[in-house]
Design a protein around this ligand. Structure first.
Ligand code: NDP
Ligand code: GDR
Length: 371
């Protein structure tokens, strides 16, 4: 019989790619989705089967990481071989607005998963993957950051994830559970949430190039991130649970890039060259040339400006991961580089807004959604 996996956060970016991967490996996949007033399964709808079919390979359960009774019941029903705990309030800036909720879902939520497995007597059977993060490193202590670099979290999100990290280590040591942290650096894709910086940039760039948006407002353009592709990173999650012994791993590309450069690369995908001028809150980017006849903007047009409302009370300035351990022990290597990632994200967003452009060109008024 094939293995059973339970994924919290199945409706998110990573949940969708991981579900696709595990289904392709013959797993029966169970996912926990939250009740919401609108449909929230867009990212996995293409994988979903009619629940009335016999033995569906993908099963969704209503639930929430803040409800331990619900988690215990689901783990009891499913009896999973592997649990991937991806559910979280995952937006760093928003965690400053909702710190208590973030601690509950991201910190105590991890404890609830571990306890469910322990209470149900599944410690020998069920392996657990905890979605830990490079945000744990926070204020730079050393670079590149590896499994042994000290943590210094800089947001309520990162502090909640710090609890999740250590409670996972503690349950492994105290109860002999196969429970591991993947310390994943930023990973993006066309499925990335619209308010994270890369997707905000590729969406904004596509809309500006098509004449659907005037300008893109961003925060700290100097921040440096080690960006990979989510498709590569879910492979690592799977590998972490297939080892002889449970251990923690850094998953990263080892290359870091500034937000400003990500913006420049995105515009370049439309044939629009831009240049940045000014400093701090006064920095702006202007059009220098347009080589693609489809995307013509006036030379000198201001396309990017800084809005300090996107600054964070405490920022993580520099992340660059050292993936040596995962390269060597897991045999994991990313297939995408940053150029390939930007190309794929831009192509997807240009296609997404093609329909909107057609409507606009036909005289329909378009409602803009800004972040
Ligand atoms: P997303 O924000 O795309 O997805 C988060 C998922 O968690 C969604 O399915 C969301 O549901 C669900 N969720 C939120 N709150 C709760 C809750 N209280 N109970 C149950 N489910 C909840 O994140 P990603 O897919 O990008 O990231 C996956 C995990 O990896 C997260 O834990 C994140 O913190 C962590 N991580 C992400 C990195 C990245 O660069 N992407 C890097 C390192 C770690 P809904 O769809 O209803 O909102
Ligand atoms: P991050 O991702 O905080 O690293 O967390 P995000 O894309 O939100 O920010 C990256 C950097 O870009 C700067 N920035 C902006 N960010 C946003 N969202 N919006 C803006 O307008 C903007 N302008 C500049 C930020 O200040 C920051 O320095 C992500 C999440 O997926 C976490 O869940 C995960 O743990 C980490 O990555 C690794």
């Amino acid at each position: 019989m094939g293995k059973k996996a339970l994924i919290t956060g199945i409706t998110g970016q990573d949940g969708a790619y991981l579900t696709e991967l595990l289904l392709s490996k013959g797993y029966e996949v169970h996912g926990i989705k939250r009740r919401s007033s609108l449909f929230n399964t867009d990212r996995i709808d293409h994988l979903y089967q009619d629940p009335h079919e016999l033995n569906p390979k993908l099963v969704l359960h209503y639930g929430d990481l803040s409800d331990s009774t619900n988690l215990i019941r689901i783990v009891q029903d499913v009896q999973p071989d592997e649990i991937y705990n991806l559910g979280a309030m995952s937006h760093v800036k928003v965690s400053f607005d909702t710190p208590e909720y973030t601690a509950n879902a991201d910190g105590i939520g991890t404890l609830r998963i571990l306890e469910a497995v322990r209470i149900l007597g599944l410690t020998e059977k069920t392996k657990i993957y905890q979605a830990s993060t490079s945000e744990l490193y926070g204020l730079v202590q050393a670079v590149p950051q590896s499994e042994t670099t000290p943590f210094y979290p800089r947001s309520p999100y990162a502090v909640a994830k710090l609890y999740g990290y250590w409670i996972t280590v503690n349950y492994r040591e105290a109860y002999g559970m196969y429970a591991c942290n993947g310390i994943l650096f930023n990973h993006e894709s066309p499925l990335r949430g619209e308010t994270f910086v890369t997707r905000k940039i590729t969406r904004g760039t596509a809309k500006i190039a098509m004449g659907l948006q005037d300008k893109l407002y961003l925060g700290n353009l100097d921040a440096q991130r080690d960006w990979g592709h989510a498709k590569d990173y879910v492979e690592a999650m799977y590998l972490i649970l297939q080892q002889e012994t449970p251990e923690d791993y850094v998953i990263a590309t080892g290359v870091t890039t500034r937000v400003r450069e990500f913006v420049r690369m995105s515009f370049a995908e439309t044939g629009i060259e831009i240049e940045f001028k000014g400093e701090g809150s006064d920095e702006k980017a202007y059009v220098v040339s347009c080589s693609n006849p489809l995307y013509q903007l006036p030379v000198g047009k201001e396309v990017v400006a800084v809005d300090p409302k996107y600054f964070r009370p405490t920022e993580v300035e520099l992340l660059i991961g050292d993936p040596t351990k995962s390269n060597q022990k897991l045999g994991w290597k990313p297939k995408y580089d940053l150029a390939g990632l930007v190309k794929e994200m831009m192509a997807a967003d240009l296609e997404l807004f093609e329909r909107e452009k057609l409507l606009k060109d036909s005289g329909y008024s378009i409602k803009n959604q800004y972040e």
